[in-house]
Design a protein around this ligand. Sequence first.
Ligand code: SF4
Length: 335
Amino acid sequence: MAQEARVPCGVGEGMSTPILEGKGLKKGYPIKTPMGRLKGIVKAVDGVSFSLSESEILGVVGESGCGKSTLARLILRLERPDGGCILFKGRDITMCKEREMREFRRRVQIVFQDPFSSLNPRMKVGTMLMEPLLVHRLVPSKRVARDRVASLLERVGLSTQDMERYPHQFSGGERQRIGIARALVLDPQVVVADEPTSSLDVFVQAQVVNLMLGLMEERRLSYVFISHNLSLVGQIAHRIMVLYLGRVMEAGPAHQLMEEPLHPYTQVLLDSIPAPDPKEAHLHRLPPLGDVPSPINPPPGCPFHPRCPQAQEVCRREAPSLCSLGDREVACHLV
Ligand code: SF4
């Protein structure tokens, strides 16, 4: 990033009650032949557990196809998991009926990767942001809704006049600010940010991330920050979970994982972060990773073994379990 992101102080390690937990989450999608016969199941998320405390940022990292976006959809209960459960403030919401989900729908919101496709092109920004307040009956009148949206827009760096404009009249960074305002209008406690900066240039990326961190501090938000960018996540997250083909490879406090990655996959991801100074490019020691194997036909044993520089015979036969090492968890036969 062009600017250093600021991590809010007073949060991080030593955090207490989880506000959101996922336990053993599983989600598979059927693959069918053109004739409609079942060919197999893609395990998009395969036994993922996590916990998010108040005022915490959990970074979820991995390449495309690792299950990050499916995990986001499960967390938001846009899809039901095939196995496992999600607890919000200790309550299992996995099987709740939609009418029992009112509080959850209000308190857990999302910021999408592509702000343009996630905003209704035919709706003025003001109408779009006032609507949830009116639907949830959180304001006594349209005038109050309007005032609240106006001050929220100003907080995210836009103006009251922007309420009368349509999404196509804004730049990419401004649209993402609208996306953030929309996520915050119902006063959530958890925001799932699914690659919120990947469609923005580096300078705007830093502005958006710093805005999100400032809002987190002011509103006591917790973030699940999903990204393929380990460098960015390493700067802002308190804890990081590394996913590969739907499974957790490594998880732990961000500074430990960034300083001393234990899993070979995390080591390669860290090694591939471009050096800020081109003269330091020689410091990259590990060979680049090849392509991710197809999730339709994942490798047996450790899913990372075809790309792992340290793979042994046992890795081709047996999948390592996720083992705890103090604050950390790692799935590798060699750790
Ligand atoms: Fe590499 Fe084997 Fe560890 Fe998998 S279990 S990450 S293949 S060393």
